[in-house]
Design a protein around this ligand. Structure first.
Ligand code: HEM
Length: 92
């Protein structure tokens, strides 16, 4: 059966940021897809701190500046939470 992707707004995304985060899970966005990076944090070759820089926000730019050759789509398979939509889009 067709299972629609979960839609996530920037404000929900922001509750999974590096600070003032009660969820204790860290999300980021890569090219419109929302990922839960939490399980990957201890394995990142660049360290947890660098990953947390993009927690709660769109990480696409910083990711591509650092290592555009890394295949995040494959690496983060299973960590996908849904897709980012604007607050307005959510009301439709
Ligand atoms: C290295 C994955 C986000 C900073 C790496 C490497 C992988 C990886 C596989 C090794 C690359 C190689 O050696 O060719 C990821 C994934 C990310 C992510 C899946 C998103 C979820 C970021 C962000 C930053 C960052 C946002 C922030 C600047 C670095 C740095 C290294 C690195 C500095 C180099 C570490 C070293 O070789 O000493 N990352 N990364 N990464 N990453 Fe990330």
């Amino acid at each position: 059966p067709f299972v629609p992707l979960r839609r996530i707004t920037p404000s929900e995304l922001a509750t999974h940021g590096a600070r003032k985060n009660e969820t204790k899970t860290y999300w980021t966005v890569l090219e419109g897809k929302v990922y839960d990076m939490t399980p990957y944090l201890p394995y990142h070759p660049g360290g947890e701190k660098e990953l947390l820089r993009v927690a709660g926000k769109d990480g696409t730019k910083l990711f591509n500046l650092t290592h555009s050759w890394v295949n995040w789509d494959n690496m983060l398979r299973g960590c996908e939470v849904g897709i980012l939509v604007s607050e307005n889009e959510m009301l439709k």
